[in-house]
Design a protein around this ligand. Structure first.
Ligand code: HEM
Length: 533
């Protein structure tokens, strides 16, 4: 019997407790079965400390352990044996794409089921609804209700005018916070962005009467939940071992139930309304529906918030980059009316601001370190070469691919704002261009590709455009901003977070004093230059 090791991957760092539970569970399994490797399987990478080394590495270093292991080998895929379980770690863009393209052989469903039950605390009745299948259907087709939910999320978040209108709603909310800055304001940048941007995103998704807009203190509860995801996933007495996260989960479920029961979702975005339509059609009550909304809020803010922070700080720490991007934004902004509204054309962000778009992609390349997981459904030959055994977990860490010298060149680990501009990409040979497209996966891929990727990109670039145009930001000592180091990355987090917050002074630029910010969605049908997977 092979162990499903996926649950290791969402834990918190250095929990001796987790390591002990893992060790006990694994040792028992090991005693009873220790299947041999097949020579066609990917090569085994042995731990530096025999038997428990990988387990400790994962418990302590989390996602960074995969980066460290990848640096030790040139193999495009390798096997970690932990007791009787197998993890296949893939570093190669080509192999990652091959996994994404074969969802019937490499499934996300077992992880989705485990995670849904434990992280969101779903009842058995609720799980029975999610996992219901047509008895005649091929089990490899997955769960119809979850496929229909994914389909509606992607359809409602596709590029076009409705999505830009949703973006404009987020930006108008954010602008309300900016409008209050006349003169100067001192803030801790990460925390300030977190609190303002989360409200803006919640409002775009759920309308003005969403639980967070009505009670801003809930932003802190969202943070409590996010911090506890690893322990909630372990699901060992969660009300005690993950008490803050558990309480936050209960609180959000109660608040969202009220939200739906009082019809406040009438102003919600199409994604929320579409999801409700599909899930209630499949048998969900409002209790069931509400127990998942904390997940939607986490998905829509926990990566966007740090990504916004990194994009801003990279721009403000390089004065020449700041002035070039300012010039791009100036070109798509019109000053209107007697009350001086500066209207930024957000549909032109992707098409007329190449340096901003490139800086955004470079920010994702450097700070996004998603680890996508799949479970092998049946023994399968990957790329006609590697035998992957049923029940094993596949881990595709984008960190090693995003920083690979063979893909990105000598400066692969440095921030190069112009890396993704057409000018630089045109100089690449065809095979490098293809490798970069395959190996740039900040939003995952295949059946679990992020439906929010276009929304997040325009939302983040729109906020940055407004701030860059209208405000100067300096450190509290008056000096240029400095990019802080990153915090050790948890498995549950895609975009890395800063090690420490940065105290800054934000000052409205003289020529924009008294101006209010507006957002024009233009024709809304312009093609996106942005490559997001
Ligand atoms: C910079 C911002 C974002 C990043 C880097 C990001 C990244 C990702 C990644 C990597 C995944 C796949 C996870 C996996 O493979 O296990 C994912 C899934 C998802 N994301 Fe995003 N995301 C971002 C913003 C958003 C936003 C704004 C929304 C909602 C409006 C959103 C909604 C979702 C949802 C619902 C899923 C699950 C999809 C499914 O189950 O099929 N994300 N995201």
């Amino acid at each position: 019997m092979a162990l499903n090791l996926s649950w290791i991957w969402n834990g918190e760092p250095s929990y001796l407790y987790i390591a002990l539970v893992l060790f006990a569970a694994g040792a028992l399994t090991w005693l009873f079965s220790s299947p041999k490797s097949d020579p066609r399987e990917p090569p085994i990478l042995r731990p530096r400390i025999p038997i428990i080394g990988h387990l400790l590495g994962l418990a302590i270093d989390q996602a960074e352990y995969l980066q460290k292991l990848s640096a030790r080998t040139t193999h495009p895929i390798f096997t970690l044996r932990i007791f009787s379980g197998r993890i296949y770690v893939i570093n190669s863009p080509t192999l990652v794409q091959a996994v994404y393209k074969a969802p019937k052989s490499f499934s996300f469903d077992p992880i989705f089921v485990d995670a849904s039950k434990s992280i969101f605390g779903l009842s058995d009745e609720h799980m029975a609804i999610i996992t219901k299948r047509d008895p005649d259907a091929d089990p490899a087709d997955g769960f119809p209700l979850s496929r229909a939910t994914q389909a509606v999320m992607h359809a409602t978040m596709a590029t076009g005018r409705p999505l830009l209108e949703m973006n404009a709603r987020a930006l108008n909310t954010f602008a309300r916070f900016l409008d209050t800055i006349e003169g100067s304001k001192s803030v801790k940048l990460y925390s300030w962005l977190f609190h303002t941007f989360t409200v803006a995103t919640a409002e775009a998704l759920y309308g003005p009467n969403n639980p967070i807009s009505l009670n801003r203190k809930l932003v802190t509860s969202l943070l409590d939940f996010e911090a506890a995801i690893g322990l909630l996933y372990l699901n060992v007495l969660p009300s005690i071992t993950a008490s803050k996260g558990y309480q936050a989960r209960t609180l959000f479920a109660t608040e969202f139930k009220k939200y739906y029961d009082t019809g406040r979702d009438k102003d919600a975005a199409a994604i929320i309304q579409g999801r409700k339509r599909v899930l209630t059609g499949g048998g969900y009550s409002t209790d069931d529906l509400a127990s998942f909304d904390i997940g939607m809020l986490v998905a829509s803010t926990m990566n966007s918030n740090p990504a916004l922070f990194w994009l801003l700080i990279h721009i403000y720490s390089t004065p020449s980059l700041l002035s070039s991007i300012r010039a791009e934004i100036q070109n798509i902004t019109t000053l209107k009316g007697a009350n001086r509204t500066a209207e930024i054309n957000i549909s032109a962000l992707n098409t007329q601001c190449p340096l901003l778009v490139s800086t955004w992609q470079e920010t994702l390349r450097i700070t996004d370190a998603t680890v996508s997981s799949r479970v092998v459904v049946n023994d399968t030959l990957l790329d006609d070469t590697y035998l992957l055994k049923k029940g094993a977990v596949i881990q595709m860490a984008c960190g090693p691919m995003h920083t690979s010298r063979s893909i990105w060149g000598e400066d692969s680990t440095s921030f190069n704002a112009a890396r993704f501009t057409k000018f630089n990409e045109d100089h690449l040979d065809k095979s490098t261009r293809k490798l970069r497209k395959q190996g740039f996966v900040p939003f995952g891929g295949g059946t679990v590709l992020c439906p929010g990727r276009y929304f997040a990109s325009t939302e983040i670039m729109g906020v940055v455009a407004t701030v860059v145009l209208g405000y100067d930001i300096v450190g509290k000592d008056g000096g240029k901003l400095v990019v802080p180091s990153v915090k050790k990355q948890k498995m549950s987090v895609q975009v890395k977070q800063p090690e420490s917050d940065v105290e800054v002074v934000i000052t409205r630029r003289r020529e924009w004093e008294g101006v209010r910010w507006g957002f024009d969605v233009g024709a809304g049908a312009e093609e996106q230059d942005l490559f997001l997977g």
